[in-house]
Design a protein around this ligand. Structure first.
Ligand SMILES: Cc1ncc(COP(=O)(O)O)c(C=O)c1O
Length: 348
């Protein structure tokens, strides 16, 4: 009953097989081999335009190095208060980019466009005491398993362009969002004004594969220096490429994400039919947030269920009683219906 996070799951067998195949023979190092070239080409096909792709080891590295592209003295990045870059990356984005994160509120884990507009207005031109806005970072799917609709990304993208901000997306759960919105990768990214994407593979079936995708390939040369200086230029880069090749073949990435999302819907449906649980908000991807009695959660944990308790977000206006707690359950490509039935049998 592993619902703590999607990165508790192993690697999909096709990814594991590709890693095994990459172990044999020789291939040029530092991203110049055939594997890397094929995968870069595949990314361009998937995004329906030429993109520049750089492999990195973690989502934190992808976010930090993406934002370093916007680095300028006094630079400010807008993000949601719950953003992983702000709460869970130990200051790495600030460290690598030299930028300051400015939180912008919004319900359901999403930045509100009016609040963003007001935040931008706090920095008039040449206001050296305050700093200057240089980027906007959004997370898709969000940290609480909700989604920006395409028109919401559009609105934020327009605001970003008007104010000369680079637009970044933390796509640690990019595939989960994509299949939930049933749109193309291009529609969720550069067609909405995105400049750079942290493209996650690790949570959705890879062993360790994340990438920074730049939608303007002329920025690749500049990024290459951030990449190397950030200690992310793998010498045996083919092992990351091999994972991505398997991941992106025959739509495995989309299939894995569809499965994870379907398991989350099933879990949410079954939880909401119980008198002992209620959903804090509707899950849209692969994370489910129920409110449980504390003694019920303790019993589940004692029976071996793995999940996290979660702080109630500032915007969450519903009462959570003293004897209750908000919990987070995450499903993955490896979650089985039996795991959900086993969990529910303990709640029934
Ligand atoms: C929204 C989000 N962004 C990025 C990451 C990547 O984190 P890591 O550096 O652990 O790979 C995570 C992982 O939990 C995440 O949930």
């Amino acid at each position: 009953m592993f619902f703590a996070s999607d990165n508790w799951a192993g690697a999909h067998p096709a990814v594991a097989k590709a890693l095994g195949e990459a172990a044999a023979g020789f291939d040029p190092a530092y991203g110049s081999g055939d594997w890397d070239k094929r995968v870069s080409q595949r990314f361009s096909e998937i995004f329906e335009r030429e993109v520049a792709v750089f492999f990195v080891s973690t989502g934190t590295a992808a976010n930090s190095l993406s934002l370093s592209m916007a680095g300028r003295p006094g630079g400010v990045v807008f993000c949601h208060p719950e953003a992983h870059i702000r709460e869970d990356e130990c200051g790495a984005p600030e460290f690598f980019s030299g930028l300051r994160l400015h939180p912008v509120d919004g319900v359901l884990g999403k930045i509100d466009a009016d609040a963003l507009s007001k935040a931008i207005d706090r920095y008039p031109p040449c206001f050296v005491h305050g700093g200057r806005p240089v980027a906007l970072s959004i997370t898709q799917a969000t940290e609480i398993g909700t989604l920006y609709a395409l028109d919401e990304i559009d609105a934020l993208g327009r605001l970003a362009k008007q104010s000369n901000l680079m637009l970044h997306m933390d796509g640690a759960r990019f595939a989960n969002a994509l299949v939930a919105l049933d749109c193309s990768p291009a529609d969720m990214t550069w067609r909405r004004g995105l400049d750079m994407l942290s493209f996650g593979g690790t949570k959705n079936g890879c062993w360790c594969a994340e990438a920074v995708v730049l939608f303007d390939p002329s920025r690749a040369e500049e990024f290459a220096f951030h990449h190397k200086r950030g200690a992310q230029l793998f010498s045996k880069s083919r092992f990351v490429a091999a994972q991505f090749e398997a991941y992106l073949t025959d739509d495995l990435w989309l299939e894995n994400a569809r499965h994870a999302n379907a398991m989350a819907s099933l879990l949410a449906d079954r939880l909401s039919s119980l008198p002992t649980a209620r959903l804090a908000w509707k899950p849209q991807a692969n994370e489910v947030f129920p409110i449980l009695k504390k003694h019920t959660a303790a019993r589940l944990q004692a029976e071996g269920a793995k999940f996290y308790d979660w702080p109630a977000p500032g915007w969450y206006g519903q009462p959570i009683d003293d004897d209750e707690m908000l919990c987070r359950f995450v499903t993955s490509f490896a979650t089985r219906e039996e795991d959900i039935s086993q969990l529910l049998s303990l709640l029934g």
